[in-house]
Design a binder for this molecule. Structure first.
Ligand SMILES: [Zn+2]
Length: 183
C-alpha cells in the first residue's frame, strides 16, 4: 500500500486546488456530476463588503449566480456556477456585487483558465507547420470539438450569466447552488 501521508507529500484531497480555482479567488462548495459534464458551485473567497463609494460597510442583500466555462476536468466539460453576493451600503445606498475579476474578465463567459484553453486551441489549430501533421490534426479536431471541450459553447443562451436570487444566509449556499441547478 502506498504512503499517502503528509510525510510523502500528500495533503487532503480538495476540488478547489485540483480545479486550480484557488488562484481565481474561488472555493468549490458543491459538485454536480452529469454524464459527460460537470458543474462546480463556487463561492467568492474575498467578502468585498465595503462600499466602493464611501467606505462604509455594506449589507448583503442577495446572491446572483454567474456561470463560467472552465477548462475541462477529467475530459469533462466543466462549468463554474459562482455565487456572487450583492451588497447595499448602509450609509449612501450604493449597490455593488462581489468582485470576481480574479476569476474572469468582466462579462466574460469563460473563466481565466477557460480562456487559456481557447487560446491553446486557437494556437494549435492554425499556423502550425505542415510537417507536424499530428499536431495539425489534433488542432483541427480540438477546434471542431471545442463545444465538447468547453462547456459554454453548446448552450450559451440557455443560461443567462446573472440571475437574481433571494437572499440566502451563508449556511444556505448549497441550497443556492441547488436552485441554480434547477434553471
Ligand atoms: Zn457608501
Amino acid at each position: 500500500m502506498s504512503d499517502a501521508t503528509p510525510h510523502a507529500g500528500f495533503g487532503r484531497p480538495g476540488l478547489t486546488a485540483f480545479a486550480r480555482l484557488d488562484g481565481l479567488g474561488l472555493a468549490v462548495i458543491g459538485q454536480r456530476l452529469e454524464p459527460g459534464r460537470v458543474a462546480l458551485a463556487c463561492r467568492v473567497v474575498e467578502a468585498d463588503g465595503w462600499c466602493r463609494r464611501c467606505g462604509a460597510e455594506g449589507l448583503a442583500r442577495d446572491t446572483v449566480v454567474r456561470r463560467l466555462a472552465h477548462e475541462p476536468l477529467g475530459w469533462r466539460p466543466t462549468t463554474l456556477e459562482v455565487a456572487k453576493r450583492r451588497y447595499q451600503c448602509r450609509e449612501c445606498g450604493h449597490v455593488w456585487r462581489q468582485d470576481t475579476s480574479l476569476a474572469a474578465e468582466p462579462r466574460a463567459k469563460l473563466s481565466r483558465r477557460g480562456q487559456l484553453m481557447v487560446k491553446l486551441i486557437d494556437s494549435i489549430s492554425s499556423g502550425v507547420p505542415k510537417a507536424l501533421t499530428e499536431i495539425v490534426t489534433l488542432g483541427r479536431t480540438l477546434k471542431k470539438r471545442a463545444a465538447d471541450v468547453l462547456a459554454y459553447f453548446d448552450r450559451p443562451k440557455a443560461h443567462p450569466t446573472d440571475q437574481p436570487r433571494r437572499s440566502t444566509a451563508d449556511s444556505n449556499t448549497s441550497a443556492a447552488a441547488h436552485s441554480a441547478s434547477a434553471t
